[in-house]
Design a protein around this ligand. Structure first.
Ligand SMILES: [Zn+2]
Length: 715
């Protein structure tokens, strides 16, 4: 990718943070690992695993709309959170007691992995539901507590057996209670490990552990607490204990050769529609997005001294890229401040005093431009330049700063694929949609692999053909194409769309990588505007909710498709990363942590039992088992996400609406650590994710078929 222009100011002081990576569960006796310095310049952005000082620091981050990549984990009494941060933000956090532990991914890694994936493609020959914690809450200060084992699950993956438990103590308000789990295997081996306290929004939830390796199938598990409490002994259950039908001989798969940009996705949709004419409709969703476009902008003056930010009212590609702006000294005494636009040059002639010295301030220059040229230009005083003398400066060239060259600069039509033999609303509908978040590059690979598997195999595999006879499948591979284009071409960590609702100083181009709306916080149910947690009113926040519910074309498109096809009963919102499988409720109010209504017992059972089937199907590919601790309602297993689309589909339209976070942590047997994969892993990993989660979506289609059959059987 050719770098044509850069807005980022030259990197300033490097911030050096040294971190010690410790081994899990090894306690103080373990030799310290060598210190590994983590460096990030003030303006550099990276995905960083950070050890937070305490729960209060985490709660503050969530409340202020921090860009959390997954759920913070407690391990060895440390709270670890994956955050997208600039060096300056990291320095702030560090000053408040946090420690950087690992750089998961730097801005720029994505482009390298994208290039690698294209090269690879060129050389390839293709061919538990838990009881609500509130029920167990007591306010007793008794010396001895009672423990309840809420979950105890084991599974084997790639030859290694793992055990995970979730235990609640009645001493909910004592942050120092230590809970230890002891286990015994079928062949008599024994061992133990500590659990860690999980609080959310200031409320005790339970104690749990990351999956622990054990030598064999565990048959007994008991929890004890430092207050003397003991649980009943339980037999851990097999997780997920569901296996999909085996793939028939000749089953076709692996239709993904490289990361796909929105332009590539569009081409793929077109090809599938042509190749499988009898089984496919392409639906143009009704709300065109802004497109890969931005206003053209320039600093008039030097931001380090005194400057005014001048931007075009129209987008740069609408004739405004290259327009020049300057201030001049009229060279005469007692002149007024004037503004003139001629021949694509905006000239501001500064006012002079009786001695002929220029006297206009930055504020006066900005006000004069706004007053005289309101239809062409918007001017704001650069942050820190207020009231300063305006220098003679320029000419500066306005530019939209966009580096992508293959992307058409016009409003974008988001497309959905509709697959099925009967695409008339008579069959139960399943909706799979991905890339609401621009940087989650593996997610459209999942939905497109799924779509092509269904189509290709419907010609060769009777079971797949039967699924497409019974189910009406809708797929939106890229909900947020403008943000995705920006992620591929300009700033790989881009999460939001490309619409800039900022005003005033926040429009300074130094903030260009922080503009946009979080599409998955812009829906109407349990929204920020309703007082729910996990979204922000700050236009620069990673979870900015927009100017109002459904202010964005991207979210309106998802709602329009679901509303326009009332036969849709199941939906999967595909995100990355972390390995989660979730369903409503996805949000709660801060005060008292009151969630959206819990599903009924029957619906909860359907959510969980279907989840186990789908988790089993995902594991069929390369033994990736989504942890029981990460399978459940969003508000319980991840964090509150105000105004998300799954809640919209479930509460507003009665759709069984799930979320995937593809990209499960990988077990490193050598270090005994679970390792995060990030948003744009090397292509081999993204490819593997597409294969395993496409299998999960096929199982979702079977779930829908079985649901419809049961419904019609009971009338
Ligand atoms: Zn996401």
């Amino acid at each position: 990718m050719i770098v044509r222009r850069r807005w980022t100011a030259a990197a300033t002081t490097a911030i050096l943070i040294s971190a010690v990576l410790s081994h899990p569960g090894s306690g103080s006796a373990a030799p310290a690992a060598p210190a590994s310095p983590i460096t990030l310049t003030a303006t550099e952005t990276a995905l960083v695993r950070v050890q937070l000082r305490d729960q209060a620091q985490l709660d503050r981050l969530v409340a202020t709309g921090a860009d959390l990549a997954n759920r913070p984990r407690t391990r060895d009494s440390r709270i670890l959170a994956d955050l997208v941060l600039t060096g300056a933000q990291l320095a702030d956090l560090t000053a408040q007691g946090a420690t950087a532990v690992q750089i998961v991914q730097r801005a720029g890694d994505g482009s390298r992995h994208f290039a690698d994936s294209v090269r690879a493609a060129q050389t390839r020959t293709r061919a538990g539901l838990r009881a609500p914690a509130a029920d167990q809450r007591t306010t007793t200060a008794a010396a001895v507590d009672t423990l309840q084992v809420q979950q105890a699950y084991w599974w084997t993956a790639s030859g290694q057996t793992f055990l995970q438990a979730q235990v609640a103590t009645t001493a909910t308000d004592d942050p120092d209670v230590e809970i230890t789990v002891s286990w015994r295997t079928a062949d008599g081996a024994t061992g133990s490990f500590p659990l860690y306290r999980f609080e959310d929004s200031g409320e005790y939830q339970y104690h749990y552990n990351l999956p622990q390796p054990v030598p064999n199938r565990p048959v007994q598990l008991t929890a004890t607490s430092s207050l003397g409490g003991t649980s009943r002994t339980v037999t851990p259950s097999l997780w997920p204990n569901a296996t999909p039908p085996p793939l028939p001989a000749g089953y076709q798969r692996d239709f993904i050769d490289a990361y796909l940009t929105p332009v590539d996705v569009q081409a793929r949709i077109k090809r599938l529609a042509r190749q499988y004419r009898d089984l496919v409709d392409v639906i143009d969703l009704p709300n065109k997005t802004q497109g890969y476009r931005r206003n053209a902008v320039a600093y008039l003056g030097d931001p380090a001294v005194a400057a005014v930010v001048v931007e075009s009212v129209r987008f740069g590609d609408q004739g405004m890229n290259g327009v020049q702006v300057r201030t001049v000294d009229p060279g005469r005494r007692n002149r007024p401040l004037t503004v003139k636009y001629r021949d694509r040059v905006l000239t501001v002639s500064l006012a002079t005093d009786t001695a002929g010295k220029t006297v206009s301030t930055t504020d006066e220059v900005a006000a004069a431009i706004n007053a005289r040229q309101p239809n062409r230009f918007r001017a704001t005083v650069e942050d820190g330049s207020t009231g300063l003398p305006m220098p003679v400066a320029g000419p500066a060239r306005l530019d939209d700063g966009l580096q992508g060259t293959e992307v058409p600069a016009k409003p974008w039509t988001v497309q959905a694929l509709r697959l099925g033999v009967h695409r008339d609303g008579s069959r139960v509908g399943v909706l799979a949609y991905s890339q609401e978040h621009a940087r989650e590059w593996a997610t459209p690979l999942v939905t497109l692999e799924f779509a092509e598997r269904m189509l290709a195999n419907s010609r060769t595999d009777p079971a797949t053909r039967e699924l497409l006879e019974q189910v009406d499948v809708f797929v939106i591979p890229t909900v947020n194409p403008d943000g995705a284009n920006y992620s591929f071409n300009d700033f790989n960590m881009q999460r939001k769309n490309l619409v800039n609702h900022c005003a005033g100083a926040a429009r300074d181009p130094k903030n260009r990588n922080s503009w946009g709306v979080d599409v998955n916080r812009n829906y109407t149910v349990g929204s920020y505007f309703d007082g729910y947690v996990g979204a922000s009113a700050n236009c620069l926040s990673g979870t900015y909710a927009g100017t109002s519910e459904l202010s964005e074309a991207e979210s309106r498109n998802v709602v329009a498709l679901a509303k326009g096809h009332p036969n849709i009963k199941f939906a999967m919102n595909v995100h990355s990363y972390g390995g989660y499988f979730m369903w409503p409720p996805g949000a709660y109010r801060a005060d008292g942590r009151v969630t959206l209504p819990r599903p009924s017992i029957d619906e909860s059972t359907l959510f969980l039992n279907s989840a186990r089937r789908i988790v089993g199907a995902i594991a069929q590919e390369r033994d990736t088992v989504t942890w029981p601790s990460q399978t459940g309602p969003v508000a319980d297993v991840l964090y509150s996400a105000a105004g998300n689309s799954a809640d919209q589909l479930y509460y507003e339209l009665g759709i069984f609406a799930w979320d995937f976070e593809v990209g499960n942590d990988r077990w490193n047997a050598a270090t005994g650590e679970w390792e995060g994969v990030g948003f744009q892993p090397p292509f081999d990993e993204a490819h593997a994710e597409s294969q395993e989660y496409a299998g999960g979506l096929v199982e979702l289609v079977r779930v829908a078929r079985d649901y419809a059959a049961a419904e019609s059987a009971t009338g």
